[in-house]
Write a protein of this length. Structure first.
Length: 397
């Protein structure tokens, strides 16, 4: 792991840049004179103050503290640049442009964060302009990249931010009729609801790992933190900040599948056994109800379907057949993976590029099979009912 070395505070003073260093709890460990002057404090008085309880506007403070703890827990790359309002001792708000990095301990684990930045000229705001401003809070949360949700004690949605709705595809009207239990993946439901009960009982929940389902039924892997919200005169509720790690989980699973397929290629008794094993491995990371493998000769004159599983069985001959204008030949000729929808197929037919045989799928993922630079065939998966069964991003598989 590369160790990020915090810059020297004194050097940043000469550049007119503010500097601070926070520990794992968000308490200030070090500042330079520029930061102290900016927030109207004596530098020595800042040491030990919790940054997130002192310097963000009040409407942001709880969210900022929770987000900070999540960043340290996940240790995913920090944003290279961001803008945040900074509250001074006298109540003025200054808009800051920050660059940040992790502070690592001797074991190489993230033990805090350093930040260096400057005030953005002519963009500061008057005292109190943002304080308790619900419109500002809504804009702030909607600009957050993580998924933010606020739940009642019976797990109904009180609020979700824009990123939450865009990622999962639900409208406000749909969420008004749903509970958390209807959004979380059935496999993860019991664990998440158990963690929420523990949270309300006063037990700490340091990290949440769960899976939500999009409106279309796609899993979204999430990691983050939850906290209880106690407001005077209001029943207890819970707030969560969740980070999408679907791509990371997918990459890890892909690596395992590639390794398994490589081992299968060595140990398989025969080719039919290998094709079936490849099908089973791919089914762990992608929908494979309809899959076929076709191989061609070096001259690309013959095509043979050596493996096929289909909801609508087609009368595919076992023996090799002459090349035609089918989709397999189209993929082999193009030499590139393709994401094709029903509309794409219709356009290719109208242009005379393709001749379709059998049931036309709503969506297909197809890729050439190759050994080195030589294309030897094609592998494809398809779905006859749901166009959202695959996305172009699934071509990475």
């Amino acid at each position: 792991m590369p160790i990020a070395v915090p810059p020297l505070p004194e050097a940043l003073d000469h550049l007119g840049l503010a500097y601070m260093q926070l520990d794992a709890q968000g308490n200030i460990r070090a500042v330079n004179a520029t930061f102290a002057d900016l927030v109207e404090y004596v530098a020595a008085d800042l040491i030990g103050l919790n940054y997130h309880s002192t310097f963000p506007p009040p409407v942001e403070q709880a969210f900022r503290q929770q987000a900070y703890q999540q960043v340290l827990a996940v240790q995913e790359p920090l944003l290279p640049h961001y803008e945040r309002p900074l509250l001074t001792r006298t109540g003025s708000l200054r808009l800051m442009s920050w660059q940040t990095g992790f502070v690592y301990d001797a074991a190489g684990a993230a033990a805090g964060v350093w930040a260096a930045g400057r005030e953005l000229a002519d963009r500061s705001q008057a005292p109190g302009t943002l304080t308790d401003d619900r419109a500002y809070l809504q804009e702030f949360l909607d600009n957050a990249q993580d998924l933010v949700q606020h739940l009642s004690a019976d797990n109904r949605f009180l609020f979700v931010n824009k990123a939450w709705k865009e990622k999962l595809g639900y409208s406000d009207a749909e969420l008004a009729e749903r509970t958390l239990a209807e959004v979380v993946h059935p496999y993860y439901k019991a664990k998440l609801l158990y963690q929420l009960r523990n949270l309300y009982d006063g037990e700490p929940v340091n990290r949440v790992e769960t899976v939500f389902l999009t409106r279309a039924g796609k899993p979204v892997h999430l990691i983050g933190s939850m906290s209880v919200v106690q407001e005077p005169g209001q029943p207890a509720s819970s707030r969560a900040i969740l980070h999408d790690i679907t791509d990371r989980i997918k990459a890890e699973r892909l690596q395992k599948v590639y390794y398994s397929i490589a081992n299968l290629a060595i140990s398989a008794k025969d080719l039919p056994s290998l094709y079936g094993a490849i099908h089973r491995e791919l089914s762990k990371i992608i929908e494979t109800s309809n899959l076929f493998i076709a191989l061609c000769d070096d001259g690309r004159t013959q095509l043979q379907f050596v493996y096929h599983v289909d909801q609508y069985p087609q009368n595919r001959p076992q023996a090799a057949q002459p090349f035609s204008a089918g989709v397999s030949e189209y993929i082999i000729a193009g030499g590139q993976p393709r994401y094709l929808t029903h509309a794409d197929f219709q356009q290719l037919v109208r242009s005379g590029t393709l001749t379709l045989f059998g049931q036309v799928p709503e969506v297909m993922l197809a890729s050439p099979l190759s050994i080195g630079d030589r294309i030897i065939g094609v592998i494809a998966v398809q779905d006859y009912h749901r166009v959202d069964a695959y996305t172009p991003g699934d071509l990475d598989v």
